[in-house]
Design a protein around this ligand. Structure first.
Ligand code: ADP
Ligand code: F6P
Length: 320
């Protein structure tokens, strides 16, 4: 029997988190379940910082990026004392179930809670990196790709005007998903990602016959083993006369209004997570695979989300 759900957003924020809150609260309201928002991820769970969430507030914030609950990377939660305080908050407020919106780190925390308490726990994948197994897409990925793609389009305008080579770093702590999707959709010449080992060699080989009568766009994932600075140095070592610029897109990729795709994913997974709780599911993340909602145990989602075979084929033809 679930009377009270607690919900928090944790780790890096991602566009679509507010829409997921809307999906959860609207569905919970349908079943007469109370929902409390926990501020700043696991920090609010430790310090008992709870707010009530009403539909009107969520209707007017679902289109916004970031998270109205705020988020945090909370190291205290990794200590015994921090975890004891978190369990105390759960008991004191009679929270029957917890929904955690975040990435793999947040689910490692949830895994620990699942082992130490009887509370029901469901995770919603919220990270722009799209680096979780158990779902084809995470909240915020589509928005981040659109943002990066538009930035690369703009860089192309100036790159072509000067026939310059641009090395552009996009986000993705350990994952090449944003680089692969934003690079392919903006016609990049080369895409360097951590999942592929010899892409830098192909780029350098192609530079042998590079003439400065056109531009060249190189997209590099932040998590690639060859950092952008080194990529620039290697390009210069092949041809010192190349007119080269480096741009790091950085945190602007994490902001902005979620796309329609991200909003649909968010309200769908938000609603599905309440239904999963009502079916007594726990210790699992909701996700979407082949257009169907699904559940995967936390331990299974923490492993790497490999670049799909279809995207790898495109990378081989378009960018090598
Ligand atoms: P993300 O969820 O986006 O991957 P982080 O890796 O920063 O972001 O993790 C978010 C939070 O989850 C951390 O600040 C910490 O509170 C909690 N967390 C991460 N790893 C663990 C762990 N091994 N054990 C307990 N809690 C963890
Ligand atoms: O996990 C999302 C992400 O944006 C990564 O792509 C990036 O490496 C990291 O978070 C940046 O974290 P911070 O906001 O702590 O600088």
């Amino acid at each position: 029997m679930i009377n009270h759900i607690g919900i928090l957003t944790s780790g890096g924020d991602a566009p679509g988190m507010n829409a997921a809150l809307y999906g959860v609260v609207k569905t919970a309201q349908h079943y007469n379940i109370k929902v409390s928002g926990i501020k700043k991820g696991y920090e609010g769970l430790i310090s008992n910082d709870l707010i009530s969430l009403d539909i009107q507030t969520l209707q007017s914030s679902m289109h916004l990026g970031g998270t109205i609950l705020r988020t945090a990377r909370c190291d205290v939660f990794k200590t015994e004392q921090g975890r004891a305080c978190a369990i105390n908050t759960i008991n004191k407020n009679k929270i029957d179930a917890l929904i955690i919106i975040g990435g793999d780190g947040s689910f490692k925390g949830a895994l620990w809670l699942a082992q130490k308490s009887n509370i029901q726990l469901i995770g919603i994948p919220g990270t722009i990196d799209n680096d979780l197994a158990g779902t084809d897409f995470t909240l915020g990925f589509d928005t981040a790709v659109n943002t990066s793609m538009q930035c690369i389009d703009k860089i192309r305008d100036t790159a072509e005007s000067h026939n310059r080579v641009f090395v552009i770093e996009v986000m993705g702590r350990d994952s090449g998903y944003i680089a692969a999707y934003s690079g392919l959709t903006s016609g990049a010449d080369s895409i360097l990602i951590p999942e592929s080992r010899n892409d830098i060699e192909s780029l350098l080989n192609n530079l042998d016959d590079f003439h400065s009568d056109h531009a060249l766009i190189v997209v590099v994932a932040e998590g690639d083993e060859v950092g952008t600075q080194e990529v620039c140095e290697k390009i210069k070592s092949v041809n010192p006369n190349i007119d080269l610029r480096l741009t790091k897109l950085g945190h602007l990729q994490r902001g902005g209004n979620p796309t329609a795709s991200d909003r649909m994913l968010a309200i769908g997974l938000g609603s599905f997570s309440v239904h999963a709780l009502l079916e007594n599911k726990t210790g699992m993340m909701v996700g979407i695979i082949n257009n169907r909602y699904c559940l995967t145990k936390f331990a299974g989602v923490i492993k790497k989300h490999e670049i799909s075979e279809e995207v790898n084929k495109l990378l081989a033809i378009f960018c090598r």
